[in-house]
Design a protein around this ligand. Structure first.
Ligand code: IPD
Length: 267
């Protein structure tokens, strides 16, 4: 077993353990613990518990690696590897009992910064559906045991496009204006509420494309690797890497067609 496969095995085991905890907490009833950047941007007790569990299991198995999590921040390691964790992506879906949320774990090499890191392995699990998406760098993307591929090329008018919105009212207003300029040029728009699963949806052909401005590293670390390993082009605008500034994932010709329109709309 090579090093990356071992890292994936660990990520998978821990994501499944955290997923069981999260599903149990959902069944028991969810409570908001606090709000973050705005009153809409919430954290539940289950987010914190899931991240603490993931962090302690990783610290036990890989004490020299760094950690970057949505709820408890960053810890530099000494190995050159960092685990990038979203303990519950799609927290608002989780709060409302919409069975579309995820535990997302990636391990990256280099500085824990999406524009420069190399993702080695990633896992996204939806505890409500039991779906498990995985990828290793150069090893392909999988849904369970099945290899997955991005959907074949389509004209933009035939593309089903996913997107998401930030939590700040002024950012959402700008994002809604972009959707208003795009919706009549594509098959339709989806806002499913979980960025990591949106990227996995591109990877398995459930969406032709996904884009969003404002993603944090833990929202896309694992999903972007899974999408890229499925054959999607994953990046920002104008050749930039995927980052908080912009993330666009799609089959490469669809990505190019969509980028042209988005560049007009986002300026
Ligand atoms: C959010 C979700 C959502 C996306 C937001 C993210 P969270 O993550 O992924 O789909 O549109 O940009 O912040 O807050 O549920 O972990």
């Amino acid at each position: 077993m090579d090093g990356t496969t071992e890292l994936l095995g660990l990520a998978r085991e821990i994501a499944l353990t955290a997923g069981e905890l999260v599903a149990r907490r959902r069944a028991e009833g969810v409570e908001v613990a606090a709000s973050k950047s705005s009153t809409e941007d919430i954290v539940t007790f289950a987010d914190r518990e899931s991240e603490a569990l993931i962090r302690s299991l990783l610290a036990e198995a890989r004490p020299d690696d760094g950690f970057l999590g949505e709820e408890s921040g960053a810890d530099a390691g000494s190995s050159g590897l960092t685990w990038v964790v979203d303990p519950i992506d799609g927290t608002v879906n989780f709060l409302y009992g919409i069975p579309h949320y995820a535990v997302s774990i990636a391990v990256v090499e280099g500085e824990p910064e999406p524009t420069t890191w190399s993702a080695l392995a990633g896992v996204v699990v939806n505890p409500a559906s039991g779906e498990l998406f995985t990828a290793t760098a150069g090893g392909g993307a999988f849904l369970g045991d099945r290899r997955i591929r991005v959907a074949p090329p389509v004209e933009l008018s035939q593309a089903l496009v996913g997107t998401g919105f930030g939590y700040l009212a002024e950012v959402r207003t700008e994002q809604a204006a972009v959707v208003a300029g795009l919706i009549h040029r594509v098959r339709d728009i989806r806002r499913m509420g979980t960025a990591s699963l949106d990227l996995c949806a591109v990877a398995c052909g459930r969406l032709n494309a996904y884009y969003e401005r404002g993603l944090r590293p833990w929202d896309h670390a694992a999903g972007a690797l899974i999408a890229a390993e499925s054959g999607a082009s994953v990046g920002g605008l104008r050749g930039a890497p995927a980052s908080q500034a912009f993330t666009l994932a799609a089959e490469p010709t669809v990505a190019a067609r969509l980028e042209e329109v988005l560049l007009d709309l986002v300026g």
